[in-house]
Every structure is written in C-alpha cells, then in structure tokens.
Design a protein around this ligand. Structure first.
Ligand code: CAA
Length: 263
C-alpha cells in the first residue's frame, strides 16, 4: 500500500503493525477538499485490508490537523449539487468501512470538518494548544460532517450548543477535560510519541478482540443502553469462537505471555 503516491496525504509505517496517514496539504492548513478525502478513503481501505497494519494513526502537521472542509470548493455549491451528489457523505466511510482502530493525533487547528474528522476517529490524543471548534456559523452555515451530533454526545447539549452557536474554539486542554480527547500533551513531540506507544500497545493484542472492542464501544453511541448491553453480550459470546480467547486465557493460567494468532 505504501508504494502508492498521493498528492494530499502521506502513508507510513512508524512501527510494525502501525499504519500512519498524515494529511499533507500545508498551503491550505490541510483543508479537506474532495480529492484529499478520496485519497484518505482509498488509503484507509488499503490499510484496513493490509495484514501489516493493526492500528491506524491519523494526523496532520504540528500547525494543523485540518482547518475544515475546503471553503473555496464549497463556496459556489448549489443545493441541487450538494444534495444530488451527497456532498460530504463519503467522509463517513471512515466510520463504516474501517474495522481497525483509528487514533487521531491532533496538533494545531482542528476546525469545522477537521474537528468532525477527529471525532469520527476512535480515539483522540491532542496537544494542550490544539485549536478545536465548529466555526461554520461564521460562514453562514452549520456543521455538516456529524459535528452537531458527535460533539453533543461527547460533551452534552449545553456546551455543544454554545460552541456551535457562537463558533468559539476550544483548546486541547478543554477537549481533554470535557472528554473529547482521551489524553492531552504539552508538546507536539510528546503527542506523537505517546500516540505511537498507544498504537503499539493495541497492535500487540489479539486483533480479533481489538476489533470487537472497537465495534462494541462505537455501538454505544448508536444504541439505547439495554440494546447496547445485549449487543455487547452477543459479540462477547462470539469471541469464545476465536483461538485467541483460548490462547489468552490459557497463557494467563500458565503465567506465560500470550502468542496471538489473530484468529
Ligand atoms: N478551506 C480552504 N482554505 C483554507 C481553509 C479552509 N477551511 N482554512 C485555511 N485555508 C487557507 C487560507 O485560505 C490560506 O490560503 P491563502 O494563503 O491562499 O490565502 C491558507 O489556508 C492559510 O490560512 P490563513 O492565512 O487563514 O492562516 P492563519 O494562520 O491566519 O489562520 C485559521 C488559521 C484560523 C485556521 C484560518 O485559516 C481559518 O479560520 N480557516 C477556516 C476555518 C473554518 O472556518 N473551518 C470550517 C470550514 S466549514 C466546514 O468544515 C463545513 C463542515 O462542517 C464539513
């Protein structure tokens, strides 16, 4: 997969089992134009299919994770074009097509669609000075890639409503305090180092169990509690059909390290 060359993203493998997608459109602060999203979806599909990758890191530059959808591309769009071509719908492929965990490492601007893209990932790590926000109101529009829904679920209606109506941004420190980001780091270097460590930790487990964990946690965002608990139990039962469950529990009893087969 890494042999493909892209215009707006870079693919790397910083550690065995860890695939990294770096948004790379520096002149526009990684604004998410349609060709960039197409490349991102193609790269994620490849990483999802690759047996060399267990966990995916999605990041930008120190200055910008992504400054939103491409305003210059959107400016002339008509309702009919947006509606009939389902503008922005393809962004959601990330949430439906990728079974491997995606960690967003956010430094700098994560505004509008950039904030939404980060929230589509399974886990967010950020720097203290990361600049999150949904400023669409300032452009005469509204969040269009799930921001009003995911932000509200993540931080509650009161704060989400204020942020979306005012367009005010919030820092990485706040993102962590409010539960959008799992962890926050004082420097860009620490952010990238710790993101990689977490990715390696996850890549070291049975990928059957890892993907099941991702699936059930994400289900909690869509289902009512009783349905979610039942869904989790079904998946839990099904994992007794994996070899790795036998291997993991036997290794525990024998005080040995589990050698996962990912089957
Ligand atoms: N779309 C297109 N181009 C963008 C962009 C965007 N979202 N954000 C930045 N750029 C471009 C700028 O136009 C500029 O290009 P030029 O050099 O050709 O003029 C370049 O990136 C650098 O930007 P600035 O000069 O503005 O950099 P700055 O450091 O002064 O400011 C910023 C940084 C505060 C992030 C500012 O660029 C900004 O406010 N960007 C727009 C943020 C925004 O409104 N995002 C929401 C977009 S709408 C959306 O995302 C809809 C949705 O829900 C899906």
């Amino acid at each position: 997969y890494s042999s493909k060359s892209y215009e707006f993203i870079q693919i790397s493998q910083p550690k065995p089992g860890v695939g990294q997608v770096t948004l790379n459109r520096p002149k526009a602060l990684n604004a998410l134009c349609t060709p960039l999203i197409n490349e991102l979806n193609e790269a994620l599909a490849d990483l999802n299919a690759s047996s060399d990758t267990s966990v995916i890191i999605l990041t930008g530059s120190q200055k910008a994770f992504a400054a939103g959808a491409d305003i210059k591309e959107m400016a002339p769009l008509t309702f009919a074009e947006a509606y009939t071509k389902s503008f922005i719908e393809s962004w959601s492929s990330l949430t439906t097509q990728v079974k491997k965990p995606i960690i967003a490492a956010v430094s700098g601007h994560a505004l509008g669609g950039g904030c939404e893209l980060a929230m589509m990932c399974d886990l967010i790590y950020c720097t203290e000075t990361a600049n999150f926000g949904q400023p669409e109101i300032k452009l005469g529009t509204l969040p269009g890639a799930g921001g009003s829904q995911r932000l509200t679920r993540a931080i509650g209606k009161a704060k989400a409503m204020e942020l979306i109506l005012t367009g005010k941004s919030f820092s990485g420190v706040e993102a962590e305090k409010w539960g959008i980001a799992a962890r926050v780091f004082p420097s860009y270097e620490e952010l990238m180092e710790e993101t990689l460590k977490t990715a390696e930790t996850i890549a070291g487990y049975s990928q059957v169990a890892v993907q099941a964990c991702k699936e059930v946690v994400n289900k909690s965002q869509d289902l009512a509690l009783r349905d979610g608990v039942e869904y989790e139990r079904r998946v839990f039962h099904s994992v007794f059909g994996s070899q790795d469950q036998k291997i993991g529990m036997k290794a525990f009893a024998e005080k040995k390290k589990a050698e996962w087969t990912h089957s």
